[in-house]
Design a protein around this ligand. Structure first.
Ligand code: PLP
Length: 462
């Protein structure tokens, strides 16, 4: 069978890692290798682009492509080399140090770096004088337009560019929403269990913070109506609850929207990974069902592009745009123009759609590997619940409640999972490991990673 781009990529990576190919070695031209392997040029080009993006290869234009001469592989890092203390780390060490299975990190090996670099070059060369001044606090207008178009077409929202506000991501969005619309006496409700970073942020900034339990149908809206009908804000993750990964049922969505409409409350919809659904079509967002304009929608490019981009956005209800603008003029300073320009081109030229489509297929495969590997290594010690998508799974403990000890043990093996019970505030605690699977590159790798802490895990679980 002809190799795909991923196989070509893996072959190079493995041969470089094993020292068969050495730093500085030339690799065949795309055309030559494509002819040799009888594959399309595009296939080789994609594999090379990923290898260049990850730093395994460097391209020197007409002088061809080489194994990165600065690449330091473990076998070469002798004592004298280490003594200098300034050496670049090998990629293998880098991956090891960053840790594996960290929830919420997209597949960094599959990002179209080459395209991104091209657009980055174009955007840099096209910087105009006025773009070198302070960026507009509400965001670069063409990006606001591009996001509005994307949300209208793909997420069923109906919003204008004027309603889109560019931020630095979750905390930037949430702080600006609360700065604009909340007073210190407002009651705010959050999900239990809920996004760990969100809890930490809100605990610092909101005096009247309460939680509402989450079950298999998402936020318990009956509980909300019974205990916190007077809340002014509800912060929710309806597409895939964070961390349980369940979807808010349609009747509950309606109940939540009715509550907000009747009480003039605000729902903050944190749509952090709503793009990733595998078993059915993308579900309508809460915002798309919002007849009374009570939903403030928050999105991010951290999951669809990369977390270090630091670009997120808020879709402001039409009635609040002026208030947001006034507040942003005082408390915000805008995001870097260059990044916004590159991202705009990435969206407008169709690369974003193509990338999402590829990632949906890849994530489904990697998730299936992870679930199968869990079963192979741990039998019935863990179980997972069927859900529709997202970027992480929860491996529930079949018995016992030692998820914190297990998570600590896995972390010592560079497996950066979280203990589910730590994300709870109230009762009804469940026990498990919240784990990402997007950067597991083969089924075998998933098995090998899970084998690392096996002995100790079985001892802890008893
Ligand atoms: C529940 C939730 N919301 C939002 C985000 C996005 O945060 P940011 O845009 O700051 O990267 C994350 C990222 O992990 C998340 O898990």
């Amino acid at each position: 069978m002809k190799p795909g781009y991923h196989e070509i990529y893996s072959r190079y990576r493995d041969n470089i890692a094993r020292g068969v190919l050495k730093p500085g070695d030339r690799v065949p031209a795309i055309r030559v290798l494509a002819a040799q392997l009888k594959v399309a040029r595009k296939t080789v080009e994609t594999a090379y682009a990923i290898l260049v993006g990850e730093g395994y290869l460097v391209s020197a234009g007409a002088r061809g492509t080489r194994v990165n001469p600065d690449l330091l592989l473990p076998a070469e890092s002798g004592p004298e080399a280490q003594a200098t203390g300034t050496l670049p780390e090998s990629l293998i060490t880098q991956r090891e140090r960053a840790g594996f299975l960290r929830p919420g990190v997209p597949s960094l090996d599959a990002f179209p770096y080459k395209k991104w670099l091209l657009l980055a070059g174009q955007a840099t060369r096209a910087m105009r004088h006025e773009e070198m001044l302070n960026p507009p606090v509400m965001g670069w207008y063409p990006l606001r337009q591009a996001i509005a178009r994307y949300l209208n077409i793909s997420r069923g929202l109906s919003c204008t560019a004027e309603q889109v506000l560019i931020t630095s991501g979750y905390s930037g969005s949430l702080r600006l929403i609360l700065d604009t619309l909340a007073s210190r006496s407002d009651k705010v409700v959050f999900e239990d269990p809920g996004y760990f970073m969100g809890q930490q942020l809100l605990k610092r900034t909101v005096p009247r913070l309460h939680t509402v339990p989450v079950d298999r149908s998402g936020l318990d809206t009956d509980y909300l109506l019974r205990h916190h009908r007077d809340a002014r804000f509800a912060i929710v993750t309806p597409s895939h609850q964070s961390p349980l990964a369940v979807t808010l049922s349609l009747p509950r969505k309606q109940q939540l929207l009715d509550w907000a409409g009747q009480n003039a409350s605000w729902i903050i919809e944190d749509d952090y990974d709503g793009e990733f659904h595998y078993t059915r079509k993308v579900l309508p967002s809460l915002k798309s069902l919002d007849q009374h304009d009570r939903v403030i929608f928050m999105g991010t490019f951290s999951k669809t592009i990369m977390p270090s981009l630091r670009i997120g956005y808020v879709v402001m209800p039409a009635s609040t745009v002026d208030a947001f603008t006034d507040c942003a003029e005082i408390v915000a300073s805008g995001q870097p123009i260059l990044t916004q320009k590159i991202l705009t081109a990435f969206l407008n030229e169709g690369h974003f759609f193509r990338h999402l489509k590829k990632m949906r297929a890849l994530y489904q495969t990697r998730r299936d590997w992870m679930i199968a590997a869990l079963r192979e290594v741990y039998g019935d010690r863990f179980f997972t619940e069927q859900n529709d998508g997202g970027m992480h799974i929860v491996a529930f403990l079949t018995r016992g409640s030692a998820d914190r000890e297990v998570a600590r043990c896995w972390q010592q093996h560079q497996l950066q999972v979280n203990a589910l019970s730590e994300w709870y505030r109230g009762s009804g605690r469940r026990y498990g490991l919240v784990m990402g699977y997007n950067n597991v590159r083969t089924y075998q790798e998933a098995v090998e990673l899970l084998e690392r802490p096996k002995q100790q895990t079985l001892e802890i679980m008893g």
